[in-house]
Design a protein around this ligand. Structure first.
Ligand SMILES: Nc1ncnc2c1ncn2[C@@H]1O[C@H](COP(=O)(O)OP(=O)(O)OP(=O)(O)O)[C@@H](O)[C@H]1O
Ligand SMILES: [Mg+2]
Length: 305
């Protein structure tokens, strides 16, 4: 196993082959890649992941799947189009339009989220139309795209499910620290191990397939059994989950990587919209080509979310 910093990888295309270098030395043949691309180097990192794909190297998360998991609107479009419930969400470019559309997401309080989440940026809860206006102007003024979302009240449970190779392998409940609002969860949430209900399990597994990921942490709100998925993370942080569940979560990922090297069918992505008149599929189609086993070594990048 070798950990590569994606920024030290160089790529060469010549119309025929796709070559990779590390610090200008040609990379040794690679069996499988586990991408862990930090959000801050998303574009470059995904180009590196794609270059491995061009060489036929199996990936434990394809670049396209990572990219769509990182766009809040794209991933919610995919989930919503295929029958997964999500918090009501609107997207618009203009603050005036967004203010007019607040009723579509249940009125204030609402959440304002950056379209392309930044590490540890979290979200903004806007309790009044005035605070919404100020938040929208600030975020849009910085040139960011955003989505405005229904604020699901704190009586719901915030559940994170780790899904590997299509199967939920661990789950934690996230609780805000006393006296804190839900939007500060990431900055001090308490995690607890939990047993998944069959519905939570099925929803998390389906959401992961829809986004096309081999490894994902699916974040969902459980409102007395009504499940709303709000994010599918492609580079989940594992140590915190391992600490509270007492499970070794790297092993299932390594086993999945080995299965892919051995020619297992990778998770593949469905079209954005189900064909007209045909019920939304639970399972995606169009499998990617299989690869034969070789003696090459696995490679992993850096980063986490
Ligand atoms: N619709 C919602 N209603 C209520 N709380 C929500 C909703 N969506 C998200 N949250 C809370 O806000 C937190 C952050 O939301 P989300 O993960 O979508 O944003 P993010 O940009 O990825 O931020 P972070 O880096 O904090 O995860 C979640 O962990 C959850 O507790
Ligand atoms: Mg998040």
């Amino acid at each position: 196993m070798r950990v590569l910093n994606p920024l030290r990888v160089q790529m060469h295309l010549d119309g025929g082959s796709a070559t990779l270098y590390y610090d200008r030395k040609k990379l040794a043949p690679t069996d499988v890649v586990l991408p862990r691309i930090a959000q801050s180097i998303n574009m470059y990192g995904l180009a590196v992941v794609n270059q491995f794909a061009l060489g036929g190297v199996p990936l434990v998360n394809h670049a396209q799947a990572i990219a769509q998991s990182r766009s809040k609107m794209r991933s919610l479009q995919l989930l919503s189009a295929h029958g997964i419930d999500i918090p009501a969400t609107v997207m618009a470019r203009d603050a005036a339009h967004l203010k007019e559309m607040v009723g579509l997401v249940g009125g204030v309080p609402v959440l304002v989220k950056l379209l392309q989440g930044q590490e540890n940026h979290g979200v903004m809860v806007c309790e009044s139309l005035q605070s919404l206006e100020a938040a929208l102007e600030a975020v849009l003024g910085l040139g960011h795209n955003l989505v405005m979302q229904e604020y699901v009240k704190s009586t719901s449970q915030d559940v994170r499910v780790l899904v590997v190779g299509g199967k939920a392998v661990a789950a934690v409940r996230r609780r805000p620290r006393p006296g804190r609002l839900a939007h500060t969860l990431i900055k001090g949430a308490r995690l607890e191990a939990m047993e998944l209900s069959p519905g939570q399990r099925a929803t998390a597994e389906k959401a992961t397939r829809l986004v096309g990921l081999e490894v994902a942490a699916v974040d969902l709100l459980d409102i007395q059994g009504q499940l709303k998925v709000f994010e599918v993370n492609s580079s989940p942080a594992l140590p915190e989950m391992e600490a509270v569940t007492g499970m070794d979560l790297a092993t299932p990922i390594i086993i999945r990587a080995e299965e892919l090297v051995a020619g297992a069918e990778p998770v593949s992505m469905p079209d954005l919209l189900p064909p007209r008149g045909i019920p939304a599929p639970g399972l995606p189609s169009s499998p990617a080509p299989r690869r034969k086993k070789s003696s090459r070594t696995p490679t992993s990048g850096a980063g986490g979310a």
